[in-house]
Design a protein around this ligand. Structure first.
Ligand code: 3HC
Length: 686
């Protein structure tokens, strides 16, 4: 067979279809065509007793080709292929390595049997793209693994490993994995020799009666209702699975397709697909192709506070040995206790095995002196956010670290170049800005100083991936990408307060937009005194300062913008309300009456404007990087796609007009030239 995408070979009466379409064997039109034709030939060949379908390269099919979405459909479709599989009179076996995802797993589900190597992962992650498995996955999976597992697999969207796949019946055997092809052929021969039936997933009986299925689905909906808010896909997926339980297969497929189509046309899915590509785009940074990387085998984290211990955990969780250093013994002990307790908690919740916990604990060391940086390949400084202190620490690190080591600062707004300048090796200095909690939040801003080398930038980008984070490159400026953009939201929120708008109305609008909490709830959580209250210099000039002076420091003191009960549930505070009214009265203007949409625009249009400035100044490489940073670092609702694409949808002309109106009313904003130019030219950011 000559098709370069799909080779057909024969071994002991078994036909082997091997697809080779790098990088991830996505099921684009050419691949579908190749499989369809080749499978037809193999099934028609009387010498063939069984067929094995597998992939070359790093993975089994990674799903439908996402780049084809939104373009005119070109036959054959996945359903055409699967109809041919279903019509086969000899067994078809899918042999899986790497990841079988989305349409790729649906292809495997349309085979009669499935085997996988031990390292394989199988999943239906369409939910992350705001979609559902549209090639029979919602109809075949419940028939194969039962309704409850299908709900977890498809609504949850998390891939399962081969062992778990075997346990739930998603695959029929875990191969040894030494020679997948030979083992899969041997399995197919076993099936033929034993006269195993043609097990069509579509014909399998349901595991539950319709009543039981309805109860299981209702229970699932109720348990997960909170995490569905704002997203369209989970609801449609549940409806599609419901159809698998209350109607015949073909009718279920029709329903699945209607629900898929609806999602494909939704803004939520468009936004989530934008973020999928934004994540991949962010990884591509302008460095010399042959710049190479520093090999990082060991890490030291300087500073054992909240950030230091979180960063330590992030590295330990990714398998790096880490020495946490703090010259203050009490701080070191507190930080170390936090690291150990977190690892214990992961193990006791079953998130890691006891042996993994032990390995991570064994890889963790502490040191009370900076000399410990001498042995490591990467030093991450996470001391208090003060330039003189960081410079002092960097001078010492410079004197001690080995040549070629990467010296990183976790500064969140200081001038990285001023830090690098105190060392004799500014090319090795980079910003690694983690977001709290550093072991959880996905964003890592890689900050490029004026003299940071390409090699160090590439090293940092790769590190980000190894840590399971999204690394986004930023230039040096106050607050880098995410904090700088979101600072404009905080300022806008404060302006509203001073005009007499209540914090709970602002928070409700932000939660309604999709943020997990509003800016004032966030301030209460973090502590009002932590965020910019300088007792000596600024007392009493803002609402926040008045609250601080009254001892209302946020949740920790039982009150802030809200009053808190023992369970830390907040209710609007009469004190805060009176303070705000007092401030507003001084302006002599009546408090504006704003709808939730007005509040959203007042707070978030300035973020879009700041994003435009970040682009204009070259701090961010691309608009999609800004979207990615805010989704991963600030829980900006992913189903809006991030500020820049959301701004595009709102209309740049409208945003400029709204900002100009704010400026006319005295808001200290300047509109970005780039934003104005794009608006005038009828352009968008993306
Ligand atoms: N379609 C088109 N391109 C894809 C793709 C897909 N399904 N999956 C990955 N790619 C591309 C990426 O965009 C990237 O391209 P680039 O090099 O030009 O940036 C390249 O393949 C390599 O991808 P990664 O950088 O992500 O490689 P990794 O090795 O880190 O990860 C992966 C591999 C786990 C397969 C990951 O790419 C992934 O999760 N892919 C998406 C899987 C998915 O969501 N599948 C469902 C698709 S929707 C569907 O099937 C609908 C059906 O139900 C009808």
């Amino acid at each position: 067979m000559t098709n370069p995408l799909c080779t057909l070979t024969h071994q002991d009466g078994v036909a082997v279809l091997a697809i080779d379409s790098p990088p991830v064997n996505a099921l684009g039109q050419a691949v579908r065509q190749a499989i369809h034709e080749t499978m037809g030939k193999a099934l028609a060949d009387p010498a063939v007793t069984a067929v094995v379908i597998l992939c070359a390269g790093r993975t089994f099919f990674a799903g439908a080709d996402i780049t084809e979405f939104g373009k005119p459909f070109a036959a054959p479709g996945l359903h055409d292929m699967f109809d041919r599989f279903d019509g086969a009179s000899k067994p078809i076996v899918a042999a899986i390595h790497g990841t079988a995802l989305g349409g790729g797993l649906e292809l495997a589900l349309a085979c009669h049997y499935r085997v996988a190597v031990p390292t394989a992962k199988l999943g239906l992650p369409e939910v992350a793209l705001g979609l559902l498995p549209g090639a029979g996955g919602t109809q075949r999976a419940p028939r194969l693994i039962g309704v409850a597992h299908a709900l977890d697999l498809i609504v949850g969207g998390k891939p399962v490993g081969a062992a778990q796949a075997l346990r739930i019946g998603l695959i029929d055997r875990v191969l040894e994995g030494q020679d997948m092809r030979a083992e899969a052929v041997a399995y197919a021969r076993e099936l033929v020799a034993s006269g195993a039936p043609l097990r069509r997933t579509r014909d399998l009986p349901a595991d539950l009666t319709p009543q039981e299925a309805a109860a299981t689905i209702a229970d699932y909906r109720a348990r997960n209702a909170k995490s569905f808010v704002g997203f369209k896909a989970p609801g449609n997926i549940v409806r599609a699975i419901e159809a698998a339980t209350d109607r015949p297969f073909e009718a279920g497929l029709t329903r699945e397709w209607e629900l898929f189509d609806e999602l494909m046309a939704s803004p939520e899915s468009a936004a989530q697909r934008h973020i999928f590509f934004a994540e991949r785009a962010a990884a591509k940074v302008p460095v010399a192709r042959d710049c190479g990387e520093v090999a990082i085998a060991s890490v030291a984290v300087v500073g054992a506070g909240t950030m230091g211990s979180g960063i330590t955990l992030a590295f330990l969780n990714a398998g790096f040995p880490v020495t946490m250093i703090d010259v203050n013994p009490a701080a070191l002990e507190r930080g170390a206790a936090h690291v150990r307790a977190t690892l214990e908690a992961l193990a006791s919740k079953g998130r890691i095995t006891p042996s993994v916990r032990d390995a991570r604990l064994a890889a963790f060391a502490t040191a009370a002196a900076l000399d410990a940086v001498a042995q490591v390949d990467l030093v991450v400084e996470a001391v208090f956010e003060r330039l003189d202190l960081k410079q002092q620490v960097f001078r010492q690190i410079d004197a001690l670290a080995k040549p070629g080591a990467v010296l990183a600062s976790n500064t969140s707004f200081l001038d990285l170049d001023a830090i690098a300048a105190v060392t004799a090796r500014p090319a090795d200095v980079v910003g690694l800005h983690f977001f709290a909690p550093a072991n959880i939040m996905r964003l890592l801003e890689v900050v490029r100083g004026a003299r940071t080398s390409d090699r160090v930038i590439q090293t940092a980008m790769t590190l980000g991936r190894k840590l399971g984070k999204v690394a986004v490159l930023s230039g040096v400026c106050d607050g880098f990408i995410a904090n700088r953009a979101m600072a404009r939201r905080s300022e806008a929120a404060d302006r509203l307060l001073e005009q007499g708008v209540m914090p709970w109305d602002v928070d409700a609008a932000m939660v309604g937009y999709g943020f997990p909490m509003g800016p004032f709830q966030m301030m209460d959580l973090v502590g009002l005194d932590v965020i910019g209250w300088d007792k000596e210099n600024t007392a009493g000039r803002t609402v926040q300062e008045v609250l601080c002076e009254a001892g209302r420091l946020g949740q920790k003191s039982g009150s802030g913008y809200y009053d808190y009960d023992a369970q830390r549930r907040g209710t609007p505070s009469a004190f805060a309300e009176a303070t705000i009214r007092d401030f507003a009265a001084r302006s002599g203007q009546p408090a504006p009456t704003l709808s939730a949409q007005d509040i959203i625009e007042r707070l978030l249009f300035p973020v879009v404007n700041e994003g435009a400035k970040l682009l204009e100044e070259g701090i961010a490489l691309r608009a999609s990087d800004i979207d990615m940073a805010l989704v991963a670092g600030y829980a900006w609702p992913v189903y809006t796609g991030g500020p820049m694409i959301w701004g595009d949808h709102c209309g740049l002309v409208r945003i400029v007009a709204a900002l100009d109106e704010q400026i006319a009313q005295g808001a200290p904003i300047t509109v970005s030239n780039l934003l104005r130019t794009k608006a005038a030219a009828g352009e968008t950011f993306l």
